[in-house]
Write a protein that binds this ligand. Structure first.
Ligand code: KG4
Ligand code: ZN
Length: 340
């Protein structure tokens, strides 16, 4: 028996985006995202500054989300908030604000795992993907392959042993003096580069499991730059970006296709910020076609951190009455199957 849930308010504050969204199961009515610019001068996210910026922004961003969706608090049927993994101070801002709303508005509240949120970025605006499916979740903090057997049912097949792939993009971009976050910049520059100019390692390609490793690739780029001395010109920069990107993406494509074939699953979904990468989308789609597999990925705005994906995952909990109580807490290392 499913609960009748129409409007869900979702809030995401796990890292450096303050976001609020109102959705129904079939439509995103609003998805307001405020990206914190305070970190730009540091070339990475400063946790304390992130928490302060969330504190200032969360209430106005929720107000904007309601206004854009043309609903009021009284219209809402449920609330969803990211409660991990992420920066503890940042997560606590969203969790505590929504606990307050839940109490004062007498609305059910559910804590959503940020990684499952990314997976549900594929299910917005009425998009449906048949189960079981394989999810490749790739972002600044995560690199993992998940077998999704049904709504809210996950089995982790493998993950990174060290850095996340998005982290590798960001670190390589920093070595090349490109702005943060580096992924989109490297992607753009790689388009005009020769991807076989430099032979960077494909870590763990032959490991015969679904684990990943990205710290070696980052070190290889750093060593290359030390030996090469200066980046000579724009073409040299583009070649480094293209060669690095090819090495980073190839392992993702090969292991994801292998996972789909091993588990005899037809549908593959890409999730997380690196799912915005143009080479990953193209290469995965082309290889999948060879094996009659189907690849899905969200529009760009639902790849990087946003609250619509949190609200959509929250919806699946709320209709099943799987709700959190006011003891809900924030967990910086929350795992995908951990109950809260
Ligand atoms: O999902 P997300 O917004 O935040 C986390 O949960 O980490 O992902 C951000 C990550 C950053 O590392 C960023 O560089 C990467 O996604 N990213 C990309 C692209 N767009 C964003 N990486 C490669 N190519 C892109 N086009
Ligand atoms: Zn994320």
């Amino acid at each position: 028996m499913k609960n009748k849930i129409n409007y869900v308010l979702g809030v995401e504050t796990s890292c450096d985006e303050t976001s609020a969204s109102v959705i129904t199961s079939q439509k995103v009515l609003s998805n307001i995202i405020s990206s914190q610019t305070v970190h730009l001068q540091f070339g990475g996210v400063v946790p304390e500054l992130a928490s302060r910026a969330h504190l200032k922004k969360v209430i106005p961003i929720v107000d904007q989300a309601l206004e854009k969706a043309e609903v009021t608090f009284a219209d809402l049927d449920g609330l969803a908030v990211t409660n991990g993994p992420g920066l503890i101070g940042a997560l606590l801002v969203g969790v505590n604000y929504l606990k307050g709303l839940s109490l004062t508005l007498d609305l059910p509240l559910v804590g959503v795992n940020h990684i499952e949120g990314h997976i549900y970025g594929n299910f917005l605006n009425g998009q449906e993907i048949p189960f079981p499916c394989i999810a490749l979740v790739v972002s600044g903090g995560h690199t993992l392959l998940v077998l999704v057997s049904d709504h809210l049912k996950y089995k982790i097949l493998g993950q990174t042993r060290d850095d996340a792939v998005g982290e590798a993009f960001d670190k390589v971009a920093k070595l090349l003096d490109l702005p943060y976050p580096g992924g989109p910049e490297v992607d753009r520059l790689a388009k005009s580069g020769k991807d076989d100019a430099i032979n960077f390692p494909r870590s763990m390609l032959g490991s015969k499991d679904f684990s990943f490793s990205y710290s070696g690739l980052k070190t290889a780029v750093s060593n290359y730059l030390r030996e090469a001395g200066l980046v000579k010109d724009e073409q040299h920069l583009q070649n480094i970006c293209a060669s690095f990107q090819k090495a980073a993406i190839e392992v993702l494509v090969i292991k994801t296709i292998e996972a789909a074939r091993t588990y005899q699953v037809r549908d593959i979904l890409l999730a997380g910020g690196v799912a915005a990468n143009s080479l990953l989308r193209k290469w995965m789609s082309e290889d999948a076609e060879k094996y009659h597999l189907k690849v899905h990925f969200p529009p760009l705005e639902y790849c990087t951190d946003n609250a619509a994906m949190i609200a959509r995952a929250g919806y699946e909990y709320l209709v099943r009455n799987r709700i959190s109580d006011l003891d809900l807490n924030a967990y910086p290392a929350l795992t995908l199957n951990q109950k809260n």
